[in-house]
Write a protein that binds this ligand. Structure first.
Ligand code: ADP
Length: 398
């Protein structure tokens, strides 16, 4: 069985073709500069990447090019697009309706179009990607896999904000949570590596990348997560502030005369690691500056680590204990300094990582960091959202 996974952004589109017999990636690629000049990088497993410029005024041309390369005599791996059994689409937001992955039809698309006001960045490109696939692969099922659906069992007292209740009723303002596909994948890996049923485990998963979130999972169900109405809440991130006193923003807006859009920009694009350090949103550059003695870079690292540590503490309380702590994504998998800062002085909770293992952890592999005798097992588990999406789509085909 072959599954194509599509992750459509506003000007880019990532794709992977899986052979689900062995879950191998046959091809992965990236269309960039959709809407302007257009270019594609297409990499067949085991071959050199093929790169070319190609006009892509819309997502439709991007999907057309992907399908023609997949079936191309030189760069292809299948002889006809009919060999693709289903397409799995990453959809960031499923609103309150989609509590699990689903076959996308006009009704689903209408619902997704209806929630664009609460998902203005990620909604429109995902819809464009799906429509392009629907029109060019008429007989192939299109499966929507929602980042939010992993959080559909979170209880109301954890997702309702402490604002007048009408904002939930009238404007659907509530915690939705994001990165769910990643948290779901690494939680399932955590259960596999400790050799237990996920239904018997309390897990905290830390997805720390340019965007970051922490999720508490009890008996296989996400009970709380740090991102909220938007991916802005929670951990201090590359350019997003994460949580802070909301009155700070209204004060800055009033004193500096910022519009709502400028305020949005401030907390989403100019804050976090970049805003505090003044160096970069990239943790590697901030780390280099910290090593060179840059005080604000050191401060930025401390603030990021502490924001994660506080969430681990509060989720430990909500879970009433913890069996497994997981680090994943760019920083979680690769940044030993941040992991060490987060896990320092958490031994009261049974969390203790081995400094030597942490400093010498291999990149891109599942690896245990637990110190001898620690009650909580701590792991690096590389995420694989595309595989999770492919598995969900394959489930429908089966
Ligand atoms: P995104 O949220 O965009 O998917 P990623 O998961 O790719 O982000 O994570 C990007 C972050 O991971 C950046 O801050 C980057 O500095 C950090 N990162 C990636 N590789 C390393 C590394 N080897 N060491 C430290 N940090 C790393």
């Amino acid at each position: 069985m072959k599954i194509l996974v599509i992750n459509a952004g506003s000007s880019s589109l990532k794709y992977q073709l899986f052979d689900m017999e062995n879950e191998n990636v046959l091809v992965k690629g990236l269309c960039e500069r959709i809407g302007t000049t257009g270019c594609i990088t297409h990499k067949v497993t085991g071959a050199e990447p093929y790169k070319t410029d190609y006009p892509m005024p819309t997502h439709n041309e991007a999907i057309g090019l992907v399908l023609s390369l997949l079936t191309d005599a030189e760069h292809g791996v299948i002889s006809s697009i009919d060999e693709i059994d289903a397409v799995g689409h990453r959809i960031a937001h499923g609103g309150e309706k989609y509590k699990k992955s689903t076959v996308v039809d006009e009704e689903v698309l209408n619902y997704l179009e209806g929630i664009v006001p609460i998902n203005p960045l990620h909604g429109p490109p995902a819809i464009l990607g799906i429509r392009a696939c629907m029109s060019q692969m008429e007989n192939t099922p299109q499966i929507g896999v929602f980042d939010t659906s992993f959080y559909s069992d979170i209880e109301d007292f954890r997702y309702i904000y402490p604002l007048p209740y009408k904002y939930y009723e009238e404007k659907q303002i509530r915690r939705y949570g994001f990165h769910g596909t990643s948290h779901r994948y690494v939680a399932s890996r955590a259960a596999a590596v400790v050799g237990k049923d996920i239904k018997d485990l309390k897990i905290i998963t830390c997805h720390l990348g340019n965007g970051s979130s922490v999720t508490a999972i009890k008996n296989g169900i996400a009970i709380d997560t740090s991102m909220g109405f938007t991916p802005q809440e929670g951990v201090v991130m590359g350019t997003r502030s994460g949580s802070f006193d909301p009155s700070v923003l209204t004060y800055i807006m009033k004193t500096e005369g910022l519009t709502a859009e400028q305020a949005d920009n401030l907390i989403n694009k100019e804050s976090g690691l970049l805003g505090i350090s003044g160096v970069s949103n990239d943790a590697r550059n901030v780390s280099d500056a910290a090593h060179a003695g840059n005080k604000r870079a050191i401060l930025a690292q401390k603030i990021v680590a502490n924001s994660v540590k506080k969430l681990i503490g509060s989720y430990f309380a909500e879970l009433n204990g913890l069996d497994v702590l997981v680090f994943t994504a760019g920083l979680g998998e690769n940044d030993n300094e941040i992991r060490s800062m987060i896990c320092s002085e958490l031994d009261a909770l049974g969390i203790k990582i081995d400094g030597n293992k942490n400093d010498n952890a291999p990149h891109g592999e599942e690896f245990e960091l637990t110190s001898d005798g620690a009650a909580v097992r701590t792991f690096i588990l590389p995420t694989n959202e595309e595989l999770m999406i492919a598995r969900d789509a394959a489930e429908f085909v089966r």
